[in-house]
Write a protein that binds this ligand. Sequence first.
Ligand SMILES: NC(=O)c1ccc[n+]([C@@H]2O[C@H](COP(=O)([O-])OP(=O)(O)OC[C@H]3O[C@@H](n4cnc5c(N)ncnc54)[C@H](O)[C@@H]3O)[C@@H](O)[C@H]2O)c1
Length: 311
Amino acid sequence: MKFAIMGTGVMGCGWITQCAMTGHEVHCFDSYTDAVAKAKDTCQNLAGKAAKKYKIDDPEFGTKTVNNINTYQDKADFITAAKKCDIFFEVIFEDLKLKCDVLTELLPQLPENIIFWSNTSSLDIDILSEAGGRPERSIVAHGMNPVPLMPGVEVVPGVKTSAETLESTRKTLLDMKKVPFLAPNIPGFWVNRLLFPQMLDAIRLLEQGKIKVEDGDVGLNTCLGHPQGAFKLYDFVTTPTILRVALQMYQASDDPRIYPPLLLIRMVKNGEYGAGSGKGFYDWSDPRNPKARDLSQYVIGTAEDMTDILK
Ligand SMILES: NC(=O)c1ccc[n+]([C@@H]2O[C@H](COP(=O)([O-])OP(=O)(O)OC[C@H]3O[C@@H](n4cnc5c(N)ncnc54)[C@H](O)[C@@H]3O)[C@@H](O)[C@H]2O)c1
């Protein structure tokens, strides 16, 4: 199969690696040129982690993976390559308007037979597929982070998605060594519909000074078996992505549990994005030994604290 992947951020690189390491040809583009420039290195690194996890004993595995990847700095060149692909995969910011604008501009330029996948975490596939103008051949394939290490993929068809698109998506994902499962087209689908209220609650409890970063993670790791706990995971998801998903889910559902906490908004405003930016819930100055941060300056303990902030 040939994939055109738009977006080479955290999830884009994950999917590029997954496609390439399972023998598929990938063409990718990002509007941020630095992200495109770094993509192959990031993918080689991810392929190395996958080789370790799945005990793939091939010293050339990373190089072979990267050989299947083509990156484009120029959008017109990417579109030319995308025209010869089987699947166009959108992996850009979680923003409904942005995604719709991009799809409205791009999909009509591609042959009708190309299937459109979106990696959205929460957005309505019917709105995205109408924007792209090929609803029968549009579907969500929502992978988990890091894609090459997490097998599950939520597959979310829209009302007009054809049975052929659903079946070919399922088969392609199985061929890519993923584990697809059917999820409902509701804000957050299945996984984030359950996960997001919990994630935001953890951040709210931190904001209220009820729990510390390290205790929170040790607790979830040792009691529930969550490999990274909560806050360390959020540093890989990144705070801007959590904020975007929460806002989009809140707007679509009006569910007050998903209204983003002030602490999250302030971290994003301060550039504390997580592991990649050096600071999030942990200090990542030494990436091998992240240190839980004292976030007490963000704590809103009392009503007085809250009104002080407003002064
Ligand atoms: N981070 C996660 O853990 C996670 C997990 C599952 C799904 N998702 C979903 O995956 C998608 C991407 O998230 P991410 O975490 O990779 O975000 P990211 O911020 O790491 O990457 C998004 C990329 O999209 C690029 N982009 C934005 N507008 C563009 C445009 N018009 N044209 C081309 N490129 C553009 C950005 O430059 C950026 O590199 C979102 O829909 C998100 O909800 C994220």
